[in-house]
Design a protein around this ligand. Structure first.
Ligand SMILES: [Zn+2]
Ligand SMILES: [Zn+2]
Length: 240
């Protein structure tokens, strides 16, 4: 880190502290005054779109409309509370890449309003991140998310569903975008492994965004091969 970047980041941190202590709260996204000590202004808050009437298999609202679901059935059920786009995309981007880990609670809470969870699972399983990426980012967002979800479920039901990092992600040297479709599918299929004996277990995979469902499907197959009886998934948002 150069002296310049060090000074810029120190000044930015000082600015944030001064703003937090002496100025009225500002919206995290649009910077307009919020009035209340909350993260988002009313307008940005209203921009968070709940994922209503989704398909039970792939969590897409479009799929439910056409009554057709071509997604792999390794997962019994996939749920996603929000629609990925607009304010939600912006928030998730900040949460993942801007180091705004305090957004986990807000995002989880909003997604759980539309996609509530009952404590009928033996464990919550975050989608793993390869250790190199986690080291670079400082945290695995799915793990943070699973911990908050577990807390909310406990507050609502009094039942503690533990978070267990049962699956390992293996890195590949070749970037995904240089592969063709078949190679990509093969690559994802072999990317996850588990050493746990999961005979008879009921597990819920937790992830941030579901796009094609390939990653969730691969993690689910890995858990099913280790003996899991029932595997479902819960995500913050569904890409339309
Ligand atoms: Zn705003
Ligand atoms: Zn579907």
């Amino acid at each position: 880190m150069t002296i310049n970047t060090l000074m810029t980041s120190s000044l930015r941190r000082l600015g944030a502290v001064l703003r937090q202590d002496f100025l009225p709260p500002h919206c995290l996204l649009c910077n307009n005054p919020c009035g209340l000590p909350q993260l988002l202004c009313d307008s940005c808050n209203d921009g968070i779109r709940p994922n209503l009437w989704p398909c039970a298999v792939c969590a897409s609202a479009q799929c439910a409309l056409t009554r057709h679901c071509g997604k792999p059935r390794t997962l019994r059920r996939v749920r996603a509370g929000l629609v990925y786009g607009g304010v939600v995309r912006e928030l998730i981007h900040r949460w993942k890449f801007g180091g705004a880990a305090d957004l986990t609670g807000l995002l989880a809470q909003r997604a759980l309003e539309t996609a509530p969870l009952r404590p009928r699972f033996d464990a919550l399983v975050p989608v793993p991140m390869h250790w190199r990426r986690r080291w670079y980012r400082g945290y695995n967002q799915s793990d943070l998310l699973a911990r908050v979800v577990s807390q909310v479920v406990y507050q609502q039901s009094g039942v503690r569903v533990p978070v267990r990092n049962l699956v390992r992600a293996h890195g590949g040297n070749r970037p995904q975008h240089r592969m063709n479709r078949l190679e990509r599918r093969h690559n994802v299929r072999n990317r996850y492994s588990t050493k746990a004996d999961l005979a008879g277990r009921s597990l819920l995979i937790v992830d941030d965004v579901i796009t094609t469902g390939t990653t969730l499907g691969a993690v689910a197959s890995c858990l099913a091969e280790a003996g899991a009886r029932r595997v479902e998934a819960w995500c913050l948002a569904r890409a339309p």
